[in-house]
Design a protein around this ligand. Structure first.
Ligand SMILES: *[C@@H]1O[C@H](CO)[C@@H](O)[C@H](O)[C@H]1NC(C)=O
Ligand SMILES: *[C@@H]1O[C@H](CO)[C@@H](O)[C@H](O)[C@H]1NC(C)=O
Ligand SMILES: *[C@@H]1O[C@H](CO)[C@@H](O)[C@H](O)[C@H]1NC(C)=O
Ligand SMILES: *[C@@H]1O[C@H](CO)[C@@H](O)[C@H](O)[C@H]1NC(C)=O
Ligand SMILES: *[C@@H]1O[C@H](CO)[C@@H](O)[C@H](O)[C@H]1NC(C)=O
Ligand SMILES: *[C@@H]1O[C@H](CO)[C@@H](O)[C@H](O)[C@H]1NC(C)=O
Ligand SMILES: *[C@@H]1O[C@H](CO)[C@@H](O)[C@H](O)[C@H]1NC(C)=O
Ligand SMILES: *[C@@H]1O[C@H](CO)[C@@H](O)[C@H](O)[C@H]1NC(C)=O
Ligand SMILES: *[C@@H]1O[C@H](CO)[C@@H](O)[C@H](O)[C@H]1NC(C)=O
Length: 337
């Protein structure tokens, strides 16, 4: 039997001093070279972060501002003068973003979409941008361009919808990230007066005792589908029948509110001319059973003694025709035709 030699393999050899554990080696390496690693770490961090902060973040911020919407839910024009008015406006921000950056107060120029000139600048207050956030503007605005505002007022008068452009460069801050500047360029659609469609003289009477030359009174109905409350002052409208001037209608201290407006009116009409017309055998309206078509066209809007050219322009851009029962008005006075 041969003896199997078991060769003892030395398994427990002590490591030479240079062959330490990986961890230990790493530790020693860092002890010596930590500053190189720190510099590399910081450099990598900066290479990643800087573009995020200075390129990506402004871009994300800009996209958020671009994607947000703006609704004007209320707009009050008060104390108008030829070159200014008091504006009170509520805007509602719409946003689907989960970020709610702070948008700093900024100067926004407001123009009719497509117009070359802004009609005013508005200081928009600071706001935390989130869905449903309200922005309230309350200030005296100077009409930097009263003609451009006249075009806006006319567009409001004539159109069902009016598009406004609001432009500015506000600062924006998200959390603890640095402040960045974004471009705010929004088109806001709002309802207009749509040619005062639905306008009606619901009641009119010949005054038995004329006052200040005013010899008719009554009530007008003016629907206002917009969100605007417009102080127009003393409004004068021209009255004509078949192209012949017949006098003036007055809406004193007119303030158009959103919804249905029922407003007292007065008129100075040439009664002898009207009676002459309806009693003449050549009355072109004799088949209308007493009705006479009056054309109402804008003459002027005056507030505190000053004519407001922009409202005058808006009023002049729109003619209305109302059929008034002259026979009935005369019958009220006991005059039978
Ligand atoms: C803004 O108005 C539009 C249409 O009128 C509506 O669909 C939207 O929900 C409104 N957004 C806000 C934030 O009120
Ligand atoms: C704002 O955006 C509109 C298009 O939506 C563009 O026509 C207009 O030039 C922009 N305004 C500015 C000042 O960049
Ligand atoms: C119109 O004036 C008459 C007096 O002439 C008055 O009785 C009437 O109440 C007035 N109507 C309206 C609607 O102002
Ligand atoms: C305004 O008047 C019209 C009818 O002329 C009516 O249908 C509507 O409900 C009224 N609106 C308000 C807010 O009263
Ligand atoms: C009223 O009409 C008559 C006849 O059309 C005319 O002769 C008269 O001058 C007019 N009066 C006024 C104040 O315009
Ligand atoms: C406005 O009314 C005045 C009288 O009050 C008249 O002289 C003038 O011609 C009218 N202007 C227009 C544009 O109808
Ligand atoms: C409208 O005219 C009347 C009478 O002239 C005046 O007392 C009133 O102050 C005027 N209203 C406005 C808003 O200018
Ligand atoms: C409105 O009617 C007046 C007189 O009837 C006329 O001079 C004017 O051109 C008309 N305006 C419009 C916009 O149709
Ligand atoms: C106008 O009024 C007269 C008298 O009140 C009446 O007979 C006539 O039917 C009225 N016309 C219309 C179109 O309502």
């Amino acid at each position: 039997m041969s003896k199997t030699d078991v060769t003892e393999v030395e398994t427990t050899t002590a490591l030479p001093p240079a062959k330490r554990s990986f961890g230990a080696r790493l530790g020693a390496h860092f002890k010596k070279w930590w500053w190189v690693h720190l510099i590399i770490f910081i450099a990598v961090l900066l290479v990643i972060l800087l573009p995020v902060i200075y390129v990506g973040y402004p871009r994300i911020a800009q996209n958020q501002v671009t994607d947000s919407t703006l609704n004007i839910t209320s707009m009050v024009i008060a104390d108008p003068t030829p070159d200014s008015f008091h504006l009170m406006q509520t805007q509602v921000i719409g946003s689907h973003s989960s970020y709610h950056p702070k948008i700093y107060s900024f100067l926004a120029s407001v123009s009719l979409l497509g117009s070359a000139h802004a009609f005013t600048s508005v200081q928009v207050p600071e706001v935390q941008s989130k869905d449903g956030a309200e922005v309230n503007v309350d200030q005296i605005v100077d009409l930097s361009n009263a003609d451009a505002f006249g075009d806006f007022a006319q567009a409001v008068m004539l159109n069902e919808d009016v598009e406004l452009n609001i432009y500015g460069r506000p600062g924006l801050r998200e959390g603890s990230l640095p402040k960045t500047t974004v471009t705010y360029n929004k088109t806001v659609s709002m309802k207009g007066l749509n040619k005062l469609t639905g306008f009606d003289v619901t009641e009119f009477h010949i005054m038995t005792e004329p006052k200040n030359g005013r010899n008719m009174n009554g009530t007008v109905y003016i629907p206002n589908p917009s969100v605007m409350t417009i102080t127009m002052g003393n409004v004068t409208l021209d009255l004509s029948i078949g192209g012949t001037p017949m006098g003036y209608t007055y809406l004193d201290n007119l303030v158009l509110k959103p919804g249905n407006n029922t407003i007292p009116m007065f008129a100075t009409v040439n009664q002898s001319a009207i009676i002459g017309l309806v009693t003449s055998s050549s009355n072109p309206y004799k088949d209308l059973n007493g009705l006479v078509p009056f054309v109402i066209s804008g003459n002027s809007s005056v507030y505190n003694g000053k004519q407001l050219p922009y409202f005058t322009q808006a009023l002049a851009s729109n003619n209305l025709t109302v059929n008034l029962n002259v026979t009935r008005a005369l019958a009220e006075l006991g005059l039978k035709l």
